[in-house]
Design a protein around this ligand. Structure first.
Ligand code: PLP
Length: 386
């Protein structure tokens, strides 16, 4: 058995990417410039999006989109407890209250049949997460949004390249935010992208991601030339660098290949782990989708496994295999308990997932030999013969 540490995730960086970053450095233009422009054009084309705007992170994108919704005190946003905490943090930062709805045990996605009961006169938006790249049932969500006049912000951090009923995520609906963090399906180092069909959201992002500066506003009102600008809002510093875009441009060109390799490995896990009573394997929804397989995350059943999830992760580490925890349910964090009164017992499915879920190693360059080592180690930990 190899002693080398196997991480649960690792970005694939090819020579073309390294050359592009070098060329960017040599060009003398490091901050936002031509490569960002190209990356945005490439993303817009790949996603069939009305508009695609890159930023320093998905979190920055979520923050600006939610801020553009202009919440009033007491406004509510419905979301899921099984997500990265940025989903909820950005709701709070935008001045709204996160209202949680339990998830579906099969897909780990928000249970769309429970959303309507959570809608109140204060509800302004639904913020679903396409967990692991599996799209939530968007027809159901957009129907509810239409009936109740709500905005929809899809947290698509895991879902660049995901399809829902034949349509790529980002090509339809209201607004989506994608992440290019190095652990995600594709990377730009750090980075994110917002796609939207709402021109007001796109205009808001354009101004807020760079200091609130509106060059057009000045040019509309003055003839002095483009070295002048007006400041129309107290904006942020969320613009992506050309160095980041240099990475992202080539990652996007490899994305279909990444997804293909992830899918092959994930399906191999599904096959080889099938029928193990120690595990509950990830399940797909009944409607037509393509997932990115951002993570491969089964549940560890302690009753049959003889170990808890945390013990399992520890023992994998002792065997030099990294695993990930995506995610502890957000309503179990002290801030959300103290500030919003959430507590254990409120969302039983989320809590089951939170206590049992583990992300096994999965990345495009992982070999079948490495995957076999993961499975053999799991068999050892569970005391199984394979
Ligand atoms: C990673 C992630 C984010 C944040 O993405 P960043 O680009 O790191 O800001 C938001 N939501 C979910 C569900 C994520 O997994």
């Amino acid at each position: 058995m190899s002693n080398e540490f196997l991480p649960f995730s690792k970005p694939s960086i090819d020579q073309a990417t390294i050359d592009e970053v070098t060329a960017c450095l040599q060009s003398g233009w490091l901050a936002t410039g031509p490569r960002v422009k190209q990356f945005e054009a490439d993303l817009q084309e790949y996603l069939h999006a009305q508009s695609a705007q890159v930023l320093t992170s998905a979190t920055a994108g979520l923050q600006l989109v939610l801020q553009s919704f202009d919440f009033k005190p007491g406004d509510e946003v419905i979301t899921t407890p099984i997500t990265f905490v940025a989903t909820l943090n950005t709701i709070v930062q935008a001045g709204a209250k996160p209202v949680l709805v339990d998830v579906d045990l099969a897909t780990y996605n928000i249970d769309v049949t429970k959303i309507e009961k959570a809608i109140t006169p204060k509800t302004r938006a639904i913020m679903p997460v396409h967990f692991a790249g599996v799209p939530v049932d968007l027809d159901a969500i957009y129907n509810l949004a239409k009936q109740h006049n709500l905005r929809v912000l899809e947290d698509a951090a895991h879902a660049i390249g995901s399809y829902y009923k034949g349509k790529i995520i980002g090509s339809f609906g209201d607004t989506q935010a994608f992440s290019f963090h190095p652990n995600k399906v594709m990377t730009s180092g750090e980075g994110g992208c917002v796609t939207t069909t709402d021109k007001n959201v796109a205009d808001f992002i354009n101004i807020m991601r760079f200091h609130g500066i509106d060059r057009e506003a000045w040019n509309r009102n003055a003839k002095e030339g483009s070295q002048h600008y007006d400041v129309v809002k107290p904006g942020y510093k969320y613009n992506m660098m050309d160095i980041q875009a240099a990475i992202g441009i080539h990652q996007l060109q490899s994305l279909e290949n990444f997804i293909e390799k992830r899918t092959k490995l994930a399906e191999r896990y599904q096959q080889l782990l099938n029928g193990w009573p120690e595990l509950t394997l990830p399940q797909m929804p009944e409607y037509d989708i393509r997932t990115t397989w951002y993570i491969y995350a089964p549940l560890i059943n302690p009753e049959t496994a003889g170990v808890t999830r945390d013990e399992f992760m520890q023992q994998m580490k002792e065997h030099n295999i990294g695993t990930g925890l995506h995610y502890s349910a957000v309503h179990l964090y002290s801030y959300y308990q103290q500030e919003f009164g959430y507590h254990r017992g409120q969302f039983p499915n989320a809590e089951t997932i939170s206590d049992r879920i583990v992300s096994l190693p999965l990345f495009p360059d992982m070999t079948e030999t490495e995957q076999d080592r993961v499975i053999e180690t799991m068999a050892t930990i569970f005391g199984r013969k394979i």
